[in-house]
Design a protein. Structure first.
Length: 255
C-alpha cells in the first residue's frame, strides 16, 4: 500500500485476532506500531511475536475507562512521538437471547464496543488536531451494525452506534484533514468467535452457518480484515471518508 512506510499506528485491541493480524500487516508495510490489549500477558506475547517484523511496543489497558485511555495515549505518544493512524479495533461479544440479556452484560458490551470506541477515538482525534498534520481513524464496526442478527441485541446495538459515530466523526473531523471510516466484517475466524461457536456446536455450527449465510463458502481470515485496515489507512484511499467497508464474503447479500 502507498504511504504507510514510517507511519505511526496505534491499534487498540491489537493483541489477538484481527488486531494482532493488523499489527503484523502494518509492520510489513514499514509502519511503526503501538498496540493495546486488555491482558498484560497477551500484550507482552503479541509484542514479542511481532518484534522481528519491525518497531512495535504495547500496553495493557481497558478502553472503557478514561484513566486507561489516558495512559494508552500517553504511552503511544511517548513511544511513537505522536500518531498518524488510529486502528480503533478493541471490542468484545457474547451470545444471549434478547429476553435473557442481563443488564450488566448489556452494559459491558456497550462500555467496550461503543464507549471505548468513543474514548479512544476522541483522545486520538485531539492529538491529531494538536499535531495539525491530518491523519486517519478506522473504527471497527460489523455487519451486525447493518442488520439484526438473532441472540446479539447488545452487540448489534453497540456496532450500530459505532457506525453512526463514525459518520459523525467524519463530518466533524474532515476539515482537520482527518479521514474517518469504519470496517464491517462478517464472520471471521478469531479466538473470540471460536469461543462463542464452541458453546453452540463448534465446527458443526460453523459449517451450518457458512452454508446458510456466506456465499463464498468459508469464514473470513483476520489477515483479510487487516488488509482492509491497511488499505483505508493508505494513500490509495485518500478520498474515502465517512464510509463503511464490508468484508463478509457476501453475507449481507443473503436474503
Amino acid at each position: 500500500m502507498r504511504g504507510l512506510r514510517g507511519k505511526r499506528v496505534l491499534i487498540s485491541g491489537g493483541s489477538s485476532g484481527i488486531g494482532l493480524a493488523t499489527a503484523g500487516r502494518f509492520l510489513e508495510e514499514g509502519s511503526r506500531v503501538f498496540l493495546a490489549g486488555l491482558a498484560e500477558d497477551e500484550v507482552a506475547t503479541a509484542v514479542a511475536g511481532l518484534e522481528h517484523k519491525g518497531e512495535v511496543a504495547g500496553l495493557a489497558c481497558d478502553v472503557s475507562l478514561e484513566a486507561g485511555v489516558a495512559r494508552l495515549m500517553a504511552a503511544a505518544r511517548k513511544a511513537l512521538g505522536g500518531i498518524d493512524v488510529l486502528v480503533n479495533n478493541a471490542g468484545t461479544a457474547r451470545r444471549d437471547p434478547f429476553l435473557a440479556i442481563a443488564p450488566g452484560d448489556w452494559d459491558r458490551i456497550l462500555a467496550v464496543n461503543l464507549r471505548g470506541m468513543f474514548l479512544v477515538g476522541q483522545a486520538a482525534s485531539r492529538l491529531l488536531v494538536e499535531q495539525g498534520t491530518g491523519g486517519v481513524i478506522i473504527n471497527m464496526a460489523s455487519t451486525n451494525a447493518m442488520a439484526g442478527e438473532e441472540d446479539y441485541a447488545h452487540y448489534n446495538a453497540s456496532k450500530g452506534g459505532v457506525l453512526v459515530l463514525t459518520k459523525t466523526m467524519a463530518v466533524e473531523l474532515g476539515t482537520h484533514g482527518i479521514r474517518v471510516n469504519a470496517l464491517c466484517p462478517g464472520y471471521i475466524a478469531t479466538p473470540l468467535n471460536a469461543a462463542i461457536s464452541a458453546t453452540i456446536g463448534g465446527a458443526g455450527f460453523e459449517a451450518a452457518y457458512v452454508s446458510a449465510r456466506i456465499p463464498l463458502g468459508r469464514v473470513g481470515r483476520p489477515e483479510e480484515v487487516a488488509a482492509a485496515y491497511a488499505f483505508l489507512a493508505s494513500d490509495d484511499a485518500s478520498f474515502i471518508h465517512g464510509a463503511a467497508l464490508v468484508i463478509d464474503g457476501g453475507q449481507l447479500a443473503v436474503m
